[in-house]
Design a protein. Structure first.
Lengths: 332, 544
């Protein structure tokens, strides 16, 4: 591609980013309004959830006082306004179900979810690039068919079954790894022990993500291989390795990377089951509990964080697309 | 590849940020550490909310404690932070307790009556929003009436009020004593005690993570220092994961359902213990239901169930058949001869006579209505309810009554569901007085809509004779007369039962044999964690 086009494309990036970030704030705001409004429509009574179902045993006067104490006597929009002001002031509020500040609940758990999903994603990318390329470069071969079957089987096996199986073989059977937790019992967090405990959940997490990565990469590589440019390159006698590395991969990579980036937020949500099986103290259980107990402060933070994560990852995908693929119009 | 590099860097940063204190590790294989796997989340250690409500906390102590070693009877309540038994006066409306001297909290501050007063005032102050508020509805005031004396004044007489004084006591300064009775009090959910508890008990919390809490024995404990120096509680929500962690050496004990505990029956490293609890499991027969709400049908269903077979089959023997809620551990208040017998022929005759006759498909019907109902069981509180629901379904099938089991999360079951649909219910979380155990379950006050918790008298069952006996027993000062009243209540219930009470289930714990002996087994309340079981007495374990 001509040099000035490349520069023009790069200079377009801040414009795209700026425009999207301008949109980010109003969208997030609308989502928070939605959370408070939907929660007010829920048939679940947050007071009853807090009192573990006993709220009806209180007198009306006590119920009124409890609602006042817990901030449940406000209309949903004034609750939203109070929440917004506090959040903008840096106070994320208190989690009613964990009985801790939201920042503590998140701070104790989010890093572990990030560690697990990042390590899982890295492993998933390594596996799927290797297998996806292998399958794509010899379509219809035994290897291709075997990889296709493997991907289908992995897509069909629920992560908790896979987790239990991996535990049965590698932890209980061979005794190579612990079955769960962050560290050995009673131990402080240390790198060596953390890596041992991280191994199995990472593998299960990665295996649960590889099917769509493998199949996606295989598809794009095969499509690129059949393009005219590649055909001509082959006719000119350019070595296959050079074609693949120099011509096919640069074209096939952008959609693959973009696909991965758009799915990043889903990866974090997808860790819920793996976390449960391996007793990994991540954000998954907190998400479920926040929703079930109508723990609004926690629920709202998690929703805002997920919204922002989705928007930012989509943005990341688009920017990568623009930078890597000259065919994409920058005026998006 | 740039994104990959960024990801790698982020991960490396996360690892280094978290791995900064490798020196805190305990000595490997220390014989005084016990690791317990808990299904409940960690970090809610506030006695003003429900932590240690029955005196099971390792951090806090109550005025009285349930005596271990008496699992098959109403256990004695022995003084702990009290210096002697509670003394009633004014027709059991006033109770005076002398407090123990020479006791210190883990922060070094001395224990005194002010701490008791502040804790109980916080419990009953709606501004504190304690989840225990309902339990203390009868408590009017609490005051320090001497240098080592506390006086409780009640709204209504309660002859067994002392049996409720098990709640852990927190230091008054941590409850903000001046504000504890005012609308400005700190809500229990926001109290620093939740994650930074301070009690008079033998252990203190020394480390808390989302997945692990470490309790260490206090050097300055006022009683005898425990032999077990350290308790590690690991939060493992998934039951299968807990069952897998034990044999792999990652835990020394946990609570399991009967099905998973079977794997440990022949494991010589572990002991499976099945403990008597006051945890009743029954099926509600709501008055609003056109079939099961009918009193004749209720009686017939009670006769049709072989409870012994149910316990042997569904619970693998980990339970005691029961039909009237009163049980052998209530001593003379229980009359074995009043248990509803298993008499399928009689059940069938009752249904025939009431017009519920078998059709060509063997299912009973009356006026075009089939004898069938949905039966809800909760999926989120262990396997027991499902097993009981399925077993009852097949028992009822034998008399031509069809139950359709429906799985639901307890959080999704509405008041309306409770009012109209039979469900498998468990209860008995305050079993140390019969009144606390039975009154809300059976009294017709709670049949009124909007009165009591949604599961209180969930059948909306009305039996005035039973009401009268429960009301009289509630205030009766003489123990023998009280027992006679409860026997009367039991007889009245058995004649016209309002629920399908099935059994008192036993709680099954699996624990590693580490050469420790517990002083005795305690009668357990309805509970879902590892606060009871062998670990209720962990501070008093001795080398065997």
């Amino acid at each position: 591609m001509p040099a000035d086009t490349g520069r023009r494309r790069i200079s377009a990036v801040p414009r795209i980013v700026g425009r999207r970030l301008l949109l980010l704030a109003p969208i997030t705001l609308v989502v928070t309004v939605g959370v408070f409004w939907l929660a007010s429509l829920s048939p679940l009574d947050p007071l009853d959830a807090y009192m573990s179902g006993q709220s009806a045993a209180l007198t009306d006067e006590q119920r009124g006082e409890l609602r006042r104490t817990l901030g449940l006597d406000r209309s949903w929009w004034s609750a939203w306004w109070d929440w917004l002001r506090a959040t903008l002031g840096g106070d994320l509020g208190r989690s009613m179900s964990y009985r801790q500040s939201v920042s503590t609940v998140i701070g104790d758990r989010l890093p572990w979810t990030l560690v697990l999903s990042v390590s899982g994603l890295v492993l998933a990318l390594i596996i799927s690039v290797c297998l996806g390329l292998w399958a794509a470069l010899a379509p219809g071969s035994l290897a291709d068919r075997a990889i296709g079957v493997l991907a289908t089987v992995l897509a069909a096996v629920p992560p908790f079954v896979l987790g239990m199986g991996v535990i049965a073989v590698f932890a209980l059977g061979l005794g190579l790894f612990p079955t769960g937790g962050l560290t050995d019992p009673g131990e402080g967090v240390a790198a060596g022990s953390l890596l041992r405990h991280l191994a199995l959940p990472t593998v299960v997490f990665a295996l649960s993500q590889v099917p769509w990565l493998i199949l996606g990469l295989r598809e794009t590589v095969i499509r690129t291989l059949s393009e005219d440019a590649v055909l001509f390159a082959r006719l000119r006698g350019i070595p296959r390795r050079t074609i693949v590395v120099g011509h096919v991969l640069p074209v096939a990579a952008p959609p693959f990377i973009a696909l991965t980036a758009t799915r990043l937020p889903e990866l974090i949500a997808g860790s819920v089951i793996v976390e449960a099986v391996f007793a990994w103290p991540g954000i998954g259980a907190a998400m479920v509990q926040a929703a079930q107990r109508l723990d609004l402060d926690l629920l709202c933070f998690l929703t805002v964080a997920s919204t922002a994560a989705v928007l930012l990852c989509t943005l990341l995908a688009d920017v990568l697309y623009v930078l890597l693929d000259p065919r994409v119009d920058t005026d998006v | 590849m740039r994104s990959l590099a960024a990801v790698g860097t982020a991960m490396a940063l996360a690892l280094t940020a978290c791995g900064d204190n490798p020196d805190d590790r305990p000595a490997a294989g220390s014989t005084t550490t016990v690791v317990v796997l808990d299904n409940n989340p960690l970090g809610t250690y506030n006695p003003v909310n429900n932590h240690g409500r029955n005196g099971e906390s390792r951090i806090y102590q109550g005025l009285f404690r349930v005596q271990p070693g008496q699992p098959d009877t109403q256990p004695d309540i022995t003084p702990l932070l009290a210096a002697g038994p509670a003394v009633p006066s004014d027709g059991n409306r006033t109770w005076t307790v002398r407090t123990r001297t020479g006791v210190t909290f883990s922060d070094g501050s001395p224990f005194g009556p002010d701490d008791v007063v502040t804790t109980y005032r916080a419990l009953i102050n709606p501004a504190v929003a304690s989840t225990e508020l309902v339990r203390w509805q009868n408590l009017h005031t609490v005051d320090a009436t001497g240098p080592d004396e506390v006086t409780f004044r009640l709204k209504d007489p309660s002859p067994e009020f002392d049996r409720l004084l098990l709640t852990g006591i927190a230091p008054s300064e941590r409850l903000d004593a001046e504000k504890a009775t005012t609308p400005d009090a700190v809500p229990a959910k926001d109290s620093s005690l939740n994650t930074d508890p301070v009690g008079t008990g033998p252990y203190e919390l020394t480390d808390l993570r989302a997945d692990q809490a470490i309790f260490e024995a206090r050097d300055d404990y006022w009683g005898s220092v425990p032999a077990i120096g350290k308790i590690v509680i690991r939060h493992v929500e998934d039951e299968n994961s807990r069952a897998q962690q034990l044999p792999n050496g990652e835990g020394d004990g946990t609570l399991l359902d009967t099905r998973l505990s079977k794997a440990f029956d022949n494991n010589k490293d572990f002991t499976v213990s099945s403990r008597t609890s006051a945890d009743w499991h029954a099926i509600t027969l709501p008055a609003a239901h056109p079939f099961v709400g009918d009193q004749t049908v209720r009686t017939a269903l009670n006769l049709a169930i072989d409870r012994q077979a149910l316990v042997d089959g569904a619970l693998d023997g980990h339970g005691t058949p029961n039909s009237t809620f009163l049980a052998p551990f209530y001593g003379n208040a229980y009359d074995k001869s009043k248990e509803i017998p298993f008499d399928r022929a009689h059940a069938e005759k009752l249904l025939d006579d009431a017009g519920w006759t078998r059709g060509s498909d063997g299912v009973r019907a009356k006026d075009g209505r089939r004898a069938e109902f949905d039966l809800i069981y909760f999926t989120n509180v262990g396997e027991t309810r499902k097993l009981l629901a399925l077993a009852t379904t097949s028992e009822l099938d034998k008399i031509g009554v069809i139950a359709h089991p429906v799985a639901k999360n307890s959080a999704d079951v509405s008041d309306e569901d409770y009012r109209t649909t039979p469900l498998v219910l468990g209860g008995g979380s305050q079993p140390y007085s019969i009144d606390a155990q039975l009154y809300t379950v059976l009294h017709s006050t709670f049949a009124e809509p909007g009165v009591g918790a949604k599961w209180d008298n969930a059948s909306d069952y009305v039996n005035k004779e039973l009401d009268a006996a429960l009301d009289a027993a509630r205030v009766e000062p003489d123990a023998a007369t009280r027992d006679a009243l409860y026997r009367k209540a039991q007889a009245s219930y058995a004649a016209t039962p309002g629920m399908l009470q099935l059994a008192y289930v036993k709680h099954v714990y699996v624990s590693r044999d580490m050469g420790w002996k517990e002083p005795g087994v305690a009668l357990e309340p309805h509970s879902h964690g590892v606060e009871f079981g062998p670990w209720y007495t962990i501070a008093d374990w001795t080398a065997s």
